[in-house]
Design a protein around this ligand. Structure first.
Ligand SMILES: [Cu+2]
Length: 116
């Protein structure tokens, strides 16, 4: 009887310890980068991200519509004062990003993100 109670107690304690570790592990793989858009440049909150799923939070602080393209994926047009989101799975490397509106990239709306 005592043995069973002890075993149960140990099993429960293991569960309690394991649960928060698992939750923390999955949260660590989610990467979010805030991308501020303005004429004519991007400001990224991170210049290096781990490979995997990356959420780009796009915030247009400019006066024109802008978009954000990286690794073959393009966001919707973001109006001035609005924000949007682009979720992309990135592989390791140096990835170029651009705004595809008119000649915005040539004017400076481009850069490279390092993916490790
Ligand atoms: Cu633009």
């Amino acid at each position: 009887m005592n043995r069973i109670t002890l075993a149960l107690g140990v099993a429960l304690a293991a569960l309690v310890v394991a649960a928060p570790v698992a939750a923390r592990g999955s949260a660590a793989t989610a990467t979010t980068v805030t991308v501020t858009m303005k004429e004519f440049r991007f400001v990224l909150s991170k210049k290096t991200v781990p490979h995997g799923t990356v959420t780009f939070k796009l915030v247009n602080k400019g006066k024109l519509k802008h978009d954000f393209k990286i690794s073959g994926k393009k966001s919707k047009l973001i109006s001035p004062g609005k924000s949007g989101k682009l979720i992309v799975t990135l592989k390791k490397g140096k990835l170029a990003y651009v705004c595809t509106v008119d000649a915005h990239a040539a004017a400076g709306m481009k850069g490279k993100l390092t993916v490790t």
